[in-house]
Design a protein around this ligand. Structure first.
Ligand code: ZN
Length: 499
């Protein structure tokens, strides 16, 4: 037996398999149903005491070796990618004179079974984003069908065992079209669903060809004529993506890249003034707007009103939203995160909550922590990890990645020959062929490189350069407000020494 994180024991598994209450399902979890033409007739499913046991009867072997290898590979992939639920386990079982591969997983709420059309449409959007994202990160694809995805604790998991080549926008278009006959809703409701899906898919549709791919999938699926109007409605709503993609593309030529604001309003203001003087027309925010500093609300207010800003969430933002301290945080960070959570109103929480964990564009990626961390939030790029992070970017064909979290401005580079270099906070060209750049703009609100001035970077997309900048700000004002808020003294010391 190859174990997931919370697998059933052998004895538990035996009792699940032999329970008198177990029911065989022919068309429930992970199987779309023969009527829809996508069910494998050799799949067998058993629902038993809140678990789902699944096997493919065609995969019977005289000897266990091959099946054990398949199970081990799947469990390794599961640990790496977290695409399956942590309870998912792969088991090689001897029965009736042969060996069988069996998977066991807790029964999850299936996306398809969500109670209303609105709720399902919301979940599809998340499923599409999840698939495109996991495809890009792990190089595998999924059968994008709402019976193949389950929800547990708000998180999505893939229920099917089988993986496919990576998904693209055409697959998403096909999946959207596939829902139209299944749901049989009037065109007005589909127009609404299209709007929702457009906002979910916006980060993935960045060019005319992206839109063409999505549209081709949507229109290519053969549907009977009476669904034409609904399909037309969802298409018009989604077409907003084509326009937005064009607009955004021409919008930001000179981007201010800023990270780790950490609720330091004077530092943020100084950076924005300096960026304006550099004639920026867009902002890329790398997370940790709040935490450590005394101005969480004020910083969110300023950033929320900034035109041309796209942002991601940092670990401190994440914790402030969860309203519970993170076990991995140090004591000081925990005290401040509790204080911060208490300062935020609904509007500020909604703004932080809408920040995704990453942003992508043409050949670039932005994360808070480290590109090789599937969570994007916690791992650091530093001496021991910069090489593997550069490798991950190289494998994903990305030329440029911005990150934050370490509060130290820095450039790591992978050359065409695969050599990983440390360049420090040095201005770099972004158009050297076949190189990969990993760039930290430093921290706005809590620098840790010995220079107390606020740090940021300018990404000049026309000149194809990234340059580093510092902005002086009145540190004493932030120190004063830290004391007024009753936050730990160590934080003031940190701002003054930048350590
Ligand atoms: Zn930070």
């Amino acid at each position: 037996m190859v174990e997931g994180t919370h697998p059933p024991s052998r004895a538990a598994l035996y009792s699940l398999l032999t329970s008198p209450d177990a029911v065989e399902w022919r068309d429930k979890i992970g199987v779309a149903g023969a009527a829809e033409g996508s069910a494998k007739t050799t799949t067998r499913l058993l629902g038993s005491e809140g678990w789902v046991l699944k096997t493919d009867v065609a995969l019977r072997r005289e000897r266990p070796d091959e099946l054990v290898a398949i199970a081990q590979e799947a469990a390794r992939r599961a640990a790496r990618s977290r695409i399956w639920h942590p309870s998912k386990s792969w088991v090689v079982m001897e029965a009736e004179g042969g060996f069988h591969l069996l998977t066991a997983c807790r029964e999850l709420e299936v996306v398809r079974a969500a109670p209303s059309f609105e709720e399902r449409a919301r979940l599809w959007g998340r499923v599409f984003v999840w698939c495109l994202d996991a495809s890009a990160r792990h190089g595998v694809g999924f059968d994008i069908h709402p019976s193949n995805f389950g929800v547990d604790g708000g998180e999505l998991f893939y229920l099917d065992d089988e993986l496919y080549p990576p998904n693209d926008l055409r697959d998403v278009g096909l999946a959207i079209a596939g829902r139209i006959p299944e749901e049989d809703e009037p065109p007005a409701r589909w127009a609404w669903a299209g709007e929702r899906l457009a906002s979910d898919l916006a980060p993935f549709v960045r060019s005319a060809s992206d839109w063409a791919e999505l549209e081709a999938g949507l229109m290519d699926l053969a549907l009977v004529e009476r669904f034409d109007e609904s399909r037309g409605a969802v298409r018009s709503s989604l077409a907003a993506l084509a326009r937005k993609g064009r607009k955004r593309r021409s919008e930001s030529r000179r981007t201010c890249v800023l990270a780790d604001v950490h609720a330091n309003l004077p530092a943020l203001r100084a950076v924005l003034a300096a960026a304006e003087a550099l004639d920026v027309d867009g902002y890329l925010l790398l997370g940790d707007v709040v935490g450590y500093g005394p101005h969480p609300r004020e910083c969110i207010e300023v950033l929320a009103q900034l035109e041309g800003l796209i942002g991601i969430r940092g670990n401190h933002d994440h914790v402030a939203l969860l309203k519970r301290p993170d076990g991995d945080m140090n004591r000081m960070a925990r005290v401040v995160s509790e204080w911060t959570a208490g300062q935020l109103g609904d509007a500020e929480r909604a703004w932080l909550g809408a920040l995704p964990k990453e942003r992508r564009g043409d050949g670039w990626l932005a994360v808070h922590g480290a590109p090789r961390d599937p969570e994007r939030l916690y791992a650091y790029v530093y001496e021991l990890t910069f090489r593997e992070n550069l490798e991950v970017l190289h494998e994903e064909d990305l030329a440029l990645c911005f990150y934050g979290h370490t509060h130290v401005p820095f450039v790591h580079r992978r050359t065409e020959d695969g050599v990983a270099e440390k360049l420090g906070a040095r201005d770099v060209a972004t158009d050297t062929p076949a190189t990969v750049l990993l760039i930290n703009p430093g921290s706005v609100g809590q620098p840790r490189d010995g220079d107390a001035r606020a740090s940021f970077a300018l990404w000049d997309r026309e000149a194809r350069r990234v340059s580093f900048h510092r902005a002086e700000y009145p540190v004493h004002e932030t120190v004063r407000d830290l004391a007024r808020a009753g936050l730990p003294k160590d934080l003031a010391y940190r701002l003054e020494t930048a350590r």
